[in-house]
Every structure is written in C-alpha cells, then in structure tokens.
Design a protein around this ligand. Sequence first.
Ligand SMILES: Nc1ncnc2c1ncn2[C@@H]1O[C@H](COP(=O)(O)OP(=O)(O)OP(=O)(O)O)[C@@H](O)[C@H]1O
Ligand SMILES: [Mg+2]
Length: 278
Amino acid sequence: MSFIELKDVSKSYGPRNVLSGVNLTLDEGEFVSIVGASASGKTTLLKAAAGLIPYDKGSITMAGEAVTDFSTKASYIFQNYSLLPWLSAFENVNLAVEAAFPDWPKPMQKEQSEKYLQMVGLGAALLKKPSQLSGGMRQRVSIARAFATEPRVMFLDEPFGALDALTRATLQQELTTLCRSVGRPVTALMITNNVDEAILLSDRILALSRGPGATLSPAVSVNLPRPRGADLLMHDDQAIRVRNHLAEFLLAGSDRERPAQRPEAPAASKDVPVEASI
Ligand SMILES: Nc1ncnc2c1ncn2[C@@H]1O[C@H](COP(=O)(O)OP(=O)(O)OP(=O)(O)O)[C@@H](O)[C@H]1O
Ligand SMILES: [Mg+2]
C-alpha cells in the first residue's frame, strides 16, 4: 500500500474547475515532484493532498487513513515564506517545535530549534527578525522549521521559486542532505515550475496539465545517483530524456485533444520508463 494516495481527486472553486480526476501515489521515503505552468492548479493540488483545503470528489489517504485535516505527521513549506514577522528566526522555529512536542521540557525544545537552524547555516542569525534576513535566509528558516518538527511527510510549494539561481542551487543541495541525514524516512511532495529542480531532487516526477480541469501526466522515474549536480543536468542522457519528456507533456497541455489521464488507471501503475517513451 502506498503511503500517500490520491484517487480521482477533483476540485473546483465555484464554477472554476481546477483539478479533474487527479491520481497520485507516494511510497514512504519517496521524493516526488509535480511540475506545471503558472495557475494550473499546483498549489490547489498540494493543499488538498495535505488536508489544508477540502476537495469535491475522489479520495486522499495517508498511511491508509482518509486525509480530513492537516496531519501532525506533516510539515508544509508555503510558496511565500510565511514566517511570523514579529518573531525572530529562533522563535519562528521554536513555536513549531513547541506545538509538535508540547511535552518536551523547554531546554530540549530550544536545543531542537537551535540544532535545525544550525543545520541550515543560521547559527549566527537566531535572533534576527525575518525583515533582517535575505530571501535565501528566510527560506532556510522555513526549511529548519519544517524539519525541526520531525515530520514523516513534507509538502513543499515552490520552496525556492523566489530565489536567485546560486542560492537556489545551494538550498536544493541542503534539502537533499537534510532529507537523507535525519535518520528516518521523509516522504516529500514538492511543487515546482522548474523541471531541472525536479530532476535534481526527485525519485519520480509528474507534470500537471494546464487547467481548467488539470490532470497529472504519467510519472517519470529519475534513477540517477545522488548528490546530483548541474553538470549532470547538462550532460546526462537520462536527465535530458526526462526533461524532454516532461516538456513535451507540458507543451501539449494546452492542446485539449491530448488524452487526459484516465481516472480508472492509478498513476503508479502507469509509470513511464523514460527510455521506452522517447
Ligand atoms: N481560494 C481560491 N478561490 C478561487 N479561485 C482560486 C483560489 N485559489 C486558487 N484559485 C484559482 O485556481 C487556479 C489554480 O490556482 P493555484 O494557486 O492552485 O495555481 P498554481 O499552479 O499554484 O499557480 P502558481 O504557479 O501561480 O503558484 C487559478 O486560476 C487561481 O486563480
Ligand atoms: Mg502555486
């Protein structure tokens, strides 16, 4: 059984149909990305998967149980940094740690918050307010906050979208390191509008077609060793094939003649071996 499963999920805002028959599965410990054009419904899909917004049709389960609310086992990194501006970096993280581990003594909570801020290189900026931090540093606080609660699952909505290319590349590597170094499986579902970022970080990638009524493409597996660097993206045959495959689906997304993903066929069973699809 998959750890997270979306079956035939549809969602409208009033008359606007955003998602139509979305199927998606994640195994425990898997890093899965969804790429898609602006306003295609990526945030809507992620929020529905995380239990932050209701959906109209279909089912969403985590560890076999229906998702009806945001899980205490989950962390969510929002598209905008969503730090509380009147609190310091430390206080932003510690607030989440207090909520996640209310029974821990205060010094233990403090140690946990500081440990994760240090892991993302912010040991010297604990007392700074978000307005005193750069965009990259703010996003590091968000990442520290997300990991400090020791989640089983992370939902990431374009976590690096607002950053310059260099900061983005550094944080991508830090995220990979954190996911692999916390000593337990972390299942991650990430939204991005950047196919290369998805290839760098993911085990599998799906593309969301342009709305209205967006559906997911079959999943593409990325079987490249980690850590993955920018060189690999430029020169590795598999990375190039994955990119071309996703680009093809995304470009065809505006063509409504293209057959949509069929609701009766779950995404996991339709994984595309990239070699065979090009
Ligand atoms: N709360 C809401 N009420 C009404 N319409 C909404 C709401 N949230 C999103 N929408 C609409 O649903 C569509 C999908 O929005 P969503 O934010 O999911 O897209 P997105 O792919 O995340 O976009 P972006 O790439 O810009 O972040 C858009 O047309 C948006 O205007
Ligand atoms: Mg969005």
